[in-house]
Design a binder for this molecule. Structure first.
Ligand code: URA
Length: 308
């Protein structure tokens, strides 16, 4: 075991870390922990600052006292008060180097918090199951209802740190009732595993829950009809990261008309989740040269999450 002692955290670092810990626990559905609120954090910070301003005056006084040099004693043992004989004053003490700041989004600066409270995992699971039953009976899009074998709700960990958000079921998904199980799904599974996650650790869902005929893109009205479903799924899970696969999910979630090329390479806020937009695995199968960019996008997330 290493006996290296880290320098103590300063006030700001301590507050940031406490807020990040509280945020993490709240996301994971721990309810006894108060949800960090940016206003409260700022109020506490100002109080700390006011208190430490007083104590730093005291500290300054005591450090002056500590730095007061004892009388210089000459070789004969007699104190000498002569200015010329005094050694030069010690250099002012430097503050210890600051640790790098934590990601500012961890204290909710980017997006507003998800509405309501973060539910314990078992309750998220039962609410997701109830929503899945509602989706299975949905009749909102007459053409999709006629063409579907079954709805494809989504699957995975109700307390996932990362959610993968696709476009809509294809033929394989329509047959099996599970998201991303065809060829594109196999590539997505490899992408998830390259991030050192398993499919069971993350959550996978689509923008629309029914297969558009002939694998066409979902119509805006179909996306609008499915919006309450995918929004509720994400709100229940409230992940740290949402990976939008392709333009359909990225544009729907971020209410944007920009292409993947314009949306990728940065984090976008969605409530207090961080969203990245990258290429859809089906696009990557047709354009393998884009895999490098998709991997860079995932690495940006992994770096931000402290996983690489
Ligand atoms: N493509 C998607 O967008 N979602 C799936 O579930 C399968 C393929």
């Amino acid at each position: 075991m290493s006996d290296k002692i880290l320098p103590p955290l300063d006030r700001d670092q301590l507050i940031m870390q406490a807020a990040a810990l509280a945020n993490h626990l709240a996301r994971a559905g721990v309810q006894w922990m108060p949800r960090p609120n940016l206003d409260t954090v700022q109020t506490l910070k100002s109080r700390f600052e006011a208190a430490s301003a007083t104590s730093s005056v005291d500290n300054a006084a005591s450090s002056v006292a500590q730095n007061a040099r004892p009388p210089v004693v000459d070789s004969g043992g007699t104190p000498s008060g002569g200015a010329a004989a005094a050694p030069s004053p010690p250099p002012p003490t430097q503050p210890p180097p600051r640790r790098p700041a934590l990601s500012p989004m961890l204290v909710g600066e980017a997006g507003k918090p998800y509405p309501g409270v973060s539910l314990p995992v078992a309750q998220r699971e039962s609410e997701l199951a109830a929503l899945a039953s509602e989706v299975a009976a949905c009749q909102r899009c007459p053409q999709l209802v006629r063409c579907r074998t079954q709805t494809v709700f989504g699957e995975g960990n109700a307390a996932a740190r990362v959610v993968f958000f696709g476009e809509g079921p294809g033929a394989d998904e329509d047959r099996s009732g599970r998201p991303f199980v065809g060829k594109a799904g196999q590539l997505l599974t490899k992408m998830i595993q390259a991030c050192k996650f398993s499919r069971e650790e993350v959550y996978i869902l689509n923008t629309v829950k029914c297969r558009p005929p002939g694998n066409r893109n979902p119509e805006p009205e179909e996306i609008a009809n499915c919006r309450p479903y995918f929004e509720k799924q994400i709100e229940l899970i409230r992940p740290e990261y949402i990976v939008c696969l392709g333009a359909v999910s990225g544009q729907a979630l971020l209410d944007s008309k920009l292409s993947v090329g314009r949306l990728r390479g940065q984090f976008h806020p969605y409530f207090d989740s961080k969203v990245i937009v990258t290429y859809h695995p089906a696009y990557l199968l047709r354009n393998p040269a884009a895999k490098k960019a998709a991997w860079e996008d995932l690495q940006m997330m992994l770096r931000d999450a402290g996983l690489i």
